[in-house]
Ligand binder design. Structure first.
Ligand SMILES: C[S@@+](CC[C@H](N)C(=O)[O-])C[C@H]1O[C@@H](n2cnc3c(N)ncnc32)[C@H](O)[C@@H]1O
Length: 350
């Protein structure tokens, strides 16, 4: 299982005492289970400047059976006007989490929004800072608290690790790798159900010639657009745009009129009620872009998700590539536990 440290409310600095207080949990992406063991959490007050030392540090004990834990850390002085973040990690370090195909972290660290003596309530965005190898650190922002659309999911994290690996291959042969490593005629990419946008944004970073459209329901647009605005756009990043696309609606004209090379779907099959509309949308997109590859990452949580494969087959899709990325329990070879993995399927229209 993968667990995420989450702030249940925005941390708040008490300007009289200089103490910062927060209520946090350690839970799965679906929020259906809490971290099941004892764990020492390291709480740190940090600035956005990595070279600056940790201002304050303390440990907090998470005990098996807990659903949340209160944290109090201090003490900032009145004259201190710096912007701080509360960083929670399983080690005393400001380093980003390392996300590799062969090593998905068991617990993701979390950085709160900024706060200061002048603005004591932290901003409502939680930063997940991670790196996918030697290259630059990435940040993806989630909203504080629980919501399906507005945080990152295991299959999204695993797909990011997988795609980073795919694009590092020296002589790519698989169709997906060849599309992602194109240096000319960059791929047009459509992502459905992008949520925070972690996958589509990674594709834009990995493939500077790409033109990526992130889509989701209206309620996800604010956090998605925030993440897009935080990406340092440069000549080494593909083009990124966003649009509302509800799978229950007809395709917007702009999507109907574009020839896509890749359609990405990450962790969107967990609710089988949505699967018919999702497959209908995939079929409609690929009807207009018959050569497109459809990349689906999924962490199967219920047997009912099998309907996805039946409907894809009925719609004329065939699987051309199929990969499995192990999640922590499986990576460590725990005996007697349910195997936990994310599967990545690449489909093409027959
Ligand atoms: C579990 S989240 C996955 C988010 C992201 N792809 C990731 O991997 O982190 C599922 C996403 O599907 C979106 N979604 C659910 N029903 C949808 C619909 N009918 N039309 C469009 N998006 C939908 C949700 O809003 C949410 O962002």
């Amino acid at each position: 299982m993968v667990y995420y440290i989450r702030f249940l409310k925005c941390p708040k600095l008490d300007v009289k005492t200089g103490l910062t207080r927060a209520l946090v949990t350690i839970t799965t992406d679906l929020g259906d289970a809490f971290y099941p063991g004892d764990l020492t959490l390291h709480a740190m007050l940090v600035t956005d400047y990595r070279e600056e030392p940790i201002t304050e540090w303390r440990t907090v004990q998470w005990i098996k059976g807990m659903r949340s834990v209160s944290i109090e850390i201090g003490a900032l002085r009145n004259c201190d006007s710096k912007l701080r973040r509360l960083l929670l990690n399983t080690q005393r370090t400001q380093a980003a989490d390392t996300v590799l195909e062969k090593h998905i972290p068991e617990i993701f660290s979390a950085r709160s929004g900024t706060f200061s003596m002048d603005r004591p309530l932290a901003g409502d965005k939680i930063e997940r800072r991670y790196k996918t190898g030697e290259d630059d650190e990435r940040s993806v922002y989630e909203e504080t608290g629980e919501s399906i659309a507005r945080h990152v999911w295991d299959a999204g994290i695993a797909l990011v690790a997988f795609l980073s690996n795919v694009t590092r291959q020296p002589f790519p042969k698989a169709p997906l790798a060849m599309i992602l490593t194109r240096t000319t005629h960059g791929p047009k990419v459509l992502e459905l159900g992008s949520g925070c946008g972690i996958v589509g944004l990674e594709i834009a970073r990995l493939c500077p010639t790409s033109d990526v459209l992130l889509t989701d329901l209206p309620e996800a647009m604010a956090i998605m657009e925030y993440n897009v605005s935080e990406v340092k756009v440069s000549s080494t990043t593909g083009k990124i745009t966003t649009a509302i696309l509800d799978w229950n609606d007809a395709l917007p004209a702009m999507i109907r009129q574009t020839q896509y090379n890749l359609v990405i779907v990450s962790d969107c099959t967990y609710n089988s009620d949505n699967i018919p509309a999702l497959v209908k949308t995939l079929a409609a997109v690929v009807n207009k872009s018959p050569a497109a590859l459809v990349v689906v990452s999924m962490k199967v949580r219920h047997d009912s998700e099998a309907i996805f494969f039946e409907l894809m087959a009925e719609a004329g899709f065939v699987t051309v590539e199929d990969y499995a990325i192990s999640l922590p329990d499986q990576q460590r070879g725990h005996i007697g536990q349910e195997l936990d993995a994310v599967n990545v399927f690449v489909f093409r229209k027959d």
